[in-house]
Design a protein around this ligand. Structure first.
Ligand SMILES: [Zn+2]
Length: 461
């Protein structure tokens, strides 16, 4: 027997087999079981979420010889006809290839004649938004007052392009993108049924790569089976998709913890030689940072490999890192090439420091803190509190200590301000390094600018 691709072989035949579209299924089931049928339906949603499948099941339910219900008997001639894709009263039209008004007129020519064998004539028009204006007008007349034996089902990936006059005569259902977990579950069931070996990670990767489309997931799985020579393993799936595995993300996290710039750049070169998709890698890093930020709250990461990194990064750094990755992703299209864009994002991750304190700290604590604000989470938190309380203190001008401290800072910056200030300065030369660090702090530098303005005002008065 000829090989049938998974997407066709496992296309749902009744509502129970449809995955991830519960709200639409429920509405259709109720309409059928309580005999509240409309004459026109519109299913919208991206490719491969089940628009045509639902339309066919619905048409089958309408025409089952036993009775109209959400559970067709699957034994009668009508049910068999639908299952073999050969039912005389089902008219499937692809509007993408038959957009012209003549095609539409031809299709609607016999609309008033009774169905050949069934209860209803069902017209399924796929990609209905592709019809020409003249075609829509031709359709509209019938849609306004259709004969009782006619049902229209429209499917579209772009409902905004369907004229409002048509939309208002249809019951609309928007089919959602299917959740990766739901896709994964379905893949697992199918592969078990097909007796094909697989591992959890590869299914997760396939489910995520499908971006909400069950058909895409099944096509990718077919491809993965061929690529893996009859079984599915994470290495071959990652290679096939050119995507990034968690291992690579973990490697990058390690380098970020160490602040190892040269190793990071060497690793990017290596990834580039492996033709890794940098877009996927950025996306993966975003997911990872998100997971770590959540893990910081609940105390545990979903992915086992990320568990050692929980608490290694401060909450502030994770926020900044996420933002940097979002911007990096957005700007990837402006970079000369993806590798350069990715490299710049990584360098930014290494360089950005969310918190700098102007207080001098014991050198041991400083050593714990690596150059880019990564270190013990708790340490950083404490540091951040210190810095914020410090800035509050500094902003109170009546606080003498901070004022003199600011004078000292200012005297370093502008030594020609006046001898008095320099003489009053209580800060010893040992603190020069700390002053330099403090000057780099944006809070301090903005305060100094304000302070300068005050000095000028005072001198004027
Ligand atoms: Zn039947």
């Amino acid at each position: 027997m000829a090989y049938v691709v998974l997407a066709r072989k496992y296309r749902p035949r009744d509502f129970h087999e449809v995955r991830g579209q519960d709200h639409t299924v429920r509405a259709l089931v109720n309409a059928l079981d309580f005999d509240r049928l409309h004459h026109a339906y519109l299913f919208s949603g991206t490719r491969g979420v089940g628009k045509t499948t639902l339309a066919r099941i619905f048409a089958n339910c309408l025409n089952c010889e036993a009775k109209i219900s959400s559970t067709p008997c699957s034994d009668c001639i009508a049910c068999e006809g639908f299952q073999s894709g050969n039912y005389p009263d089902m008219y499937e039209v692809d509007a993408a290839s038959r957009t012209g008004v003549d095609d539409m007129r031809k299709l609607l020519e016999n609309v008033h004649y009774s169905p050949t064998v069934g209860r209803f004539k069902v017209y399924l028009i796929d990609e209905v938004h592709m019809l020409s204006t003249a075609s829509f007008n031709a359709l509209l007349k019938t849609l306004e007052e259709p004969p009782n034996h006619v049902k229209f089902i429209f499917a579209t990936t772009d409902p905004k392009k369907v004229p409002l006059t048509v939309l208002s005569r249809c019951l609309q259902f928007h089919l959602r993108n299917i959740e990766p977990d739901v896709i994964k579950e379905q893949l697992e069931a199918i592969l078990t049924h097909e007796d094909i070996k697989f591992d959890e990670d590869s299914l997760q990767l396939l489910a995520r790569s499908a971006q909400g489309s069950m058909r895409d997931a099944l096509s990718l799985t077919d491809q993965a089976i061929s690529h893996g020579g009859g079984s599915i393993a994470i290495d071959s799936v990652a290679e096939m998709l050119g995507t990034v595995r968690t291992d690579e993300v973990v490697e990058i996290l390690n380098m970020l913890v160490k602040g190892d710039r040269s190793a990071t750049l060497a690793f990017v070169n290596q990834l580039s030689r492996q033709a890794v998709s940098f877009t996927d890698l950025l996306e993966n890093l975003q997911r990872t940072i998100h997971e770590l930020a959540l893990a910081q709250i609940v105390g545990q990461a979903d992915t086992e490999q990320l568990q050692p990194f929980v608490g290694k990064f401060s909450a502030e750094w994770l926020q900044i890192a996420y933002q940097i990755l979002v911007v990096g992703m957005r700007d990837l299209k402006y970079a000369p090439d993806h590798k350069i864009g990715f490299e710049m994002t990584l360098v930014r991750l290494l360089d950005f420091e969310p918190v700098t304190s102007i207080t001098s700290e014991p050198s041991s604590e400083k050593n714990e803190q690596s150059a880019h604000g990564v270190g013990s989470g708790r340490g950083n938190e404490a540091k951040s509190k210190l810095a914020s309380s410090e800035s509050k203190q500094v902003s109170k001008t009546e606080n003498v200590d901070s004022q003199t401290n600011m004078n000292a800072v200012q005297s370093t910056r502008t030594p020609d301000t006046g001898d008095d200030t320099q003489q009053k300065s209580p800060v010893s030369n040992d603190n020069n390094v700390d002053r330099e660090v403090a000057l780099k702090n944006p809070i301090v530098s903005s305060l100094i600018e304000n302070f300068d303005a005050h000095i000028v005002d005072i001198k004027r008065t």
